[in-house]
Design a protein around this ligand. Structure first.
Ligand code: PLP
Length: 404
């Protein structure tokens, strides 16, 4: 993704052309970038050949999942719907893990029927429920148990999941008790210890601490785990203030850990695979001038991209057509939704815009479309995947008639 002759392009396709042809807003992804991310991720950890289960909640587009499957990944799902999409994308049940604190009986029943690789349980009640279903089917079910390692991921609070006050996983004491319980069960085969301490992690220390806690607890629990599922959470660079995780260091810590444990590593990356592959193309509807700043009112709102409203996150915004002009303006980019949190970014020196100009919101591949809604009865945008010069519509724009 770059400017070709001052016109922003995804691979060989000019974004301006897409806007003209399909209208705005558009979610647009680059296949080349996706492929590069997956190959890079694999290379970073190639010495221990992990199973990479893409986190479907970060992006549940069926066509993207098919591409991700072809590039060798499995899936981490958190609902029956995500499991169904992963299966429809052709992902092998041997590469699917099911996470989440509140799996219902129906969801567990479905997953057990499909014989997926692992159901990662997050409470004793859930293990008992799995056992009950397994017994009724005279089946032995492979499970993991999610540990809450009480590790601060040093990310924003809303996406931390590994501290003891978070709802996820089991505390050390409850984990060890549940390991014992599972050992004595005829219908449960405990194969995995899983963790996931949060998202958008760019600091190595939380991961190092997490590995130490796991090491200690495995020794205490006296159980051999065929799999250690380290979850996802690796951050990406959203703006020039974000740091980058040191993959080399993370790889070294895991290799050190594996010296004492003969387990297969599973990762559940979402954001680090898909985050920077996607952009939103949006059009300026109106410019509203005030004394201090000008509001740029876009045709894309928090219903299309929820992250800024939900977590206060900042996505870079750039113009589609770059202009050579020295006049820079202070702009607040907002959506059309009737909520004050419907704003994306304030930029202190943006090139001068006019109404109907096009802009790009960057790095929206993860938790963009998957968190979108029909709030204000607004149809969801079209999704397009670019492969070289080829334009693939991977999801049609919703029609008003579907909503009314
Ligand atoms: C959300 C989630 C992930 C993916 O997190 P990313 O930050 O997108 O890598 C992985 N595992 C579990 C259990 C999750 O809830």
């Amino acid at each position: 993704m770059k400017y070709l002759n001052k016109s922003f392009s995804v691979e060989n396709v000019r974004v301006e052309y897409l806007a003209k042809k399909f209208g705005t807003p558009i979610y647009c992804y680059s296949y080349k970038k996706l492929k590069k991310n997956i190959i890079k991720f694999k290379n970073n950890f190639k010495s221990f050949n992990p199973l990479i289960c893409f986190s479907v909640k970060s992006n549940a587009n069926l066509n993207l999942l098919r591409e991700i499957r072809k590039l060798g990944c499995g899936a981490d799902v958190v609902s029956i719907g995500e499991l169904m999409i992963a299966l429809k994308a052709g992902i092998s049940v041997k590469k699917i893990v099911f996470s989440g604190v509140g799996k219902t009986t129906r969801e567990l029943d479905y997953a057990i029927n499909k014989n997926i690789l692992l159901i990662n349980a997050e409470s004793k009640s859930e293990v008992i429920e799995i056992e009950k279903i397994a017994k009724s089917k005279k089946k032995i079910v492979n499970i993991g148990i999610r540990l809450n390692p009480n590790t601060d991921a040093k990310t924003i609070n809303q996406i931390s999941t590994g501290k003891k006050e978070d709802k996820f996983g089991l505390t050390e004491k409850n984990f060890i008790e549940l390991v014992k319980y599972s050992k004595n069960s005829k219908y449960i085969n405990l194969k995995c210890l899983s963790v996931h301490i949060g998202s958008q992690i760019v600091n190595n220390l939380p991961y190092e601490k997490m590995l130490k806690v796991i090491d200690k607890i495995i020794k205490k629990s006296n159980q051999i785990f065929e799999f250690i599922d380290l979850g996802g959470g690796i951050g990406i660079v959203y703006n020039n203030k974000t740091k980058k995780l040191n993959y080399k260091k993370y790889n070294i810590s895991i290799k050190k850990f594996l010296k004492n444990h003969n387990s297969k590593i599973i990762f559940e990356p979402g954001r680090s695979i898909i985050g920077d592959t996607g952009i939103i193309i949006s059009k300026v509807i109106y410019i509203k001038k005030t004394k201090d700043k000008d509001f740029i009112i876009l045709d894309c709102g928090m219903n299309d991209l929820m992250r800024p409203a939900l977590y206060g996150s900042n996505h870079r915004i750039i113009p589609v057509i770059k202009k050579n002009s020295n006049s820079k303006k202070t702009y607040e980019f907002v959506g059309p939704i009737c909520e004050s949190t419907d704003k994306f970014l304030t930029s202190k020196n943006f090139q001068k815009l006019k109404e109907k100009d096009l802009i790009i919101i960057c790095d929206v591949g993860a938790y963009g479309m998957s968190l979108s809604s029909n709030y204000n009865v607004r149809p969801k945008p079209i999704e397009i995947l670019i492969k070289g010069s080829k334009i693939n519509i991977i999801k049609k724009r919703q029609k008003l008639i579907d909503l009314i």
